[in-house]
Design a binder for this molecule. Structure first.
Ligand code: MOS
Length: 672
């Protein structure tokens, strides 16, 4: 089955936020602060407003009326504080984008700058303990006697790993078109991972009842988390549109995106592991330091996968934050699990080496019977099967026992392995299905952010109804449809699919029409540890003269419940692994400590993996029959692909060279 909207997409007929039209559109341009901390002393709009075609300048000179309790990042122009470099300090609205941009440059903004601090460091004096980490998990956890576990261990690892700030780079940067109708209703064509939640946030920020706002987003060119919350264009387009009484469009440029649509926090992670002479863990400690902003708290749950992975008699996980003069970090594919598992799975590899054990065998002997920290039974857990199947497919038994021994001309060659995990949850959703024109129309405010959600839901509906998929039409991406959670946390298909199945079952019972609300089903889900698992294998070649690392082979084997659509699953998993390869070798948002801004703010400088970087990525999965998840038996697959990839590559670099790089990305300079 092809993607149902595939033809529309490849022929350019699929409409994205910025491509919508309305009568008499005006264009707005974001103007950003040029200091990282301080106050706006004055804004001289004279030259900007005198520019022909300029309609309005919005700024803190005339604060718009916004809800007091709204998300602080969306309360624009309420005061004159500058909290980070690149903060939106004004919005210029004009007849054309070019005029808006030119007038933005003509604004004269004076600042009273104050000294800023943008560098995350372990000994930071302002380090503090957040109350919770995302979404509402305990900050610090622990059990057993950690000191004894470490003291009595036959082998130990005590290592600190660092990851840089990373930025989501969806192909489609954030954009919105806002249109007010005559009786005060607002329509926003937005690029969002969830029309229902976006509508609710826009309404709340503007102080409107939710039913007066509609969000339309049928096609979204990627998000990875950066579109999981309402971003500046939606709110600012609505404000500007109200000010000039015309529809207003805003496109965030690629460079602006680095400041105003979130990023993954840098991390400093200390891992301490102990094991007995059989490689069985005696202690696991994972202590994380990460950053947030002075605007609002974002506490990434970096150490949480450690609470899930391995059997140990003693464990501790902690998170500390530092508020810096930076934009607020946000969601980026597998927030928490991705950087956390880079550190844990690197440390496990170091432990295997120290213990003289094969890293797969070390993981197998530490396989837990129940979730280590909670003691809950797993709904299903097939990490060992993934490791074994991956080893078989990858040819792991041919691996050299010692690192740094295999040479091919100038290249050192090595292989590495790491585990993956990601929670499998679902959220309440509503859906409807109606017989129309001899077919079935399924409606749900789900989001297709490039994942193929429409296609997966078409299959799910067809399967439940017992009809061929071509008789099912799925409508998503509009808050006017039955409300649904965001495409996030790898929960989309599980959440939306549960509602679609239930609506289809209602139709089969009633005849013409079926509706569903899964709130009670989700609330009554039994208490179990539900997670997907996987094993990642990498082969690397390291140029001994230049330090260049190439990855000729990546293999991921996953256990993620029932796979609903093999082509879509393959794409998601390969996409995640590709992003993980970028994290391992290429991606890094460099911070300019002097000026306090992000230096690498375009695709020429922020390097994402390109085709030539990924010659051979393969994906396989273990068939998993898990009845404790949802009617489809499916676990999420959107995020687990990125989890563990960077560790597998870093471990392969160690195996190739005998050198352990604990600071991502592994650039040539760190190897020569
Ligand atoms: Mo994803 S970071 O859960 O949108």
């Amino acid at each position: 089955m092809n993607r149902v909207e595939g033809l529309e997409k490849v022929t350019g007929r699929a409409t994205y936020a910025y491509e919508y039209t309305a009568r008499d559109i005006a264009y707005a341009h974001l103007v950003q602060s040029t200091v990282a901390r301080g106050r706006i002393r004055s804004i001289d709009t004279g030259a900007a407003l005198a520019t022909p075609g300029v309609l309005a300048v919005l700024s803190s000179d005339d604060p718009p009326d916004l809800a007091e309790d709204a998300e602080p990042q969306l309360r624009f122009f309420q005061d004159r504080t500058v909290a980070y470099h690149g903060q939106i300090v004004a919005l210029v609205v004009a007849e054309t984008l070019e005029i808006a941009r030119a007038a933005g440059e003509a604004l004269r903004i004076e600042y009273d700058a104050e000294p800023h601090d943008v560098r995350l460091r372990p000994d930071h004096p302002a380090r503090y303990r957040p109350e919770k980490v995302n979404p509402a998990l305990p900050t610090d956890t622990g059990y057993g006697d950690l000191a004894a576990g470490l003291a009595n261990a036959a082998v130990t690892v005590d290592a600190t790993y660092t990851t840089p700030a990373l930025h989501n780079n969806p192909i489609e940067p954030h954009a919105a078109l806002a249109v007010w109708d005559d009786d005060g209703g607002l329509t926003v064509y937005d690029s969002t991972q969830g029309a229902s939640a976006d509508r609710d946030t826009i309404a709340a920020v503007l102080g409107l009842p939710a039913e007066r706002v509609r969000v339309v987003a049928p096609h979204v060119g990627g998000g990875f988390g950066s579109k999981g919350t309402t971003r500046p264009p939606a709110i600012l387009a609505a404000l500007a549109s109200r000010a000039v009484r015309r529809p207003v469009k805003i496109a965030v440029t690629r460079q602006q995106m680095f400041d105003v649509t979130g990023y993954r926090t840098p991390t400093i992670q200390r891992l301490r592991l102990g094991a007995d002479d059989k490689g069985r863990l005696t202690a696991v400690a994972h202590d994380v330091i990460e950053q947030t902003s002075t605007v609002t708290e974002f506490a990434e749950q970096t150490a949480t996968p450690t609470r899930v992975m391995y059997a140990t008699p003693a464990m501790r996980t902690t998170h500390r934050l530092v508020r810096l003069d930076v934009p607020t970090p946000s969601w980026m594919r597998a927030p928490g699990e991705c950087p956390g598992m880079y550190a844990l799975e690197s440390a496990v590899d170091e432990l295997a080496h120290a213990a003289g054990m094969d890293p797969i065998e070390l993981r197998v002997v530490n396989e837990p019977d129940t979730e280590p920290e909670s003691g809950l039974p797993f709904s299903s857990r097939n990490l060992v099967a993934c490791l074994r199947e991956g080893a078989r497919r990858f040819g792991w038994d041919l691996r050299d026992r010692e690192p740094g021994v295999r040479r091919d001309g100038r290249w050192l060659v090595g292989t590495g392995v790491a585990a993956s995990t990601y929670p499998s949850k679902r959220r309440p959703a509503e859906a409807s299905v109606t017989i129309e024109n001899g077919g079935f129309a399924v409606r749900i405010a789900a989001a297709d952010i490039g994942t193929g959600a429409r296609t997966a839901l078409t299959r799910i509906a067809a399967n439940t109804l017992g009809v061929s998929p071509d008789r099912v039409r799925v409508e998503v991406g509009d808050s006017a449809l039955p409300q649904a959670p965001v495409a996030g946390g790898s929960m989309g298909t599980a959440s939306w699919g549960s509602a679609v199945v239930k609506a289809c079952e209602a139709l089969l019972k009633n005849g013409e029409h079926g509706t569903a609300d899964t709130t009670e089903d989700v609330e009554s889900d039994s208490e179990l540890a539900r997670h997907a698992f996987g094993a990642q294998f990498a082969e690397v070649r390291v140029d001994t003269d230049t330090g260049e690392v190439r990855v000729p082979r990546l293999l991921g084997v996953f256990a993620a419940g029932r796979i609903i659509d093999p082509d879509l699953a393959r794409s998601q998993l390969i996409g995640g692994m590709t992003m993980g390869l970028g994290m391992a070798l290429l991606e890094e948002t460099v911070v300019d400590e002097r000026f306090g801004d992000f230096l690498t703010d375009d695709l020429a400088q922020y390097h994402v993996a390109a085709c030539a970087d990924v010659p051979d990525i393969d994906v396989a999965w273990i068939d998993e029959d898990d009845p404790y998840l949802n009617p489809m038996g499916a676990k999420g697959i959107g995020e687990i692909g990125i989890v563990g990839t960077a560790a597998a590559i870093a471990n392969a670099v160690f195996h190739a060279t005998g050198r352990r790089v604990r600071d991502l990305p592994i650039t040539p300079a760190k190897l020569v």
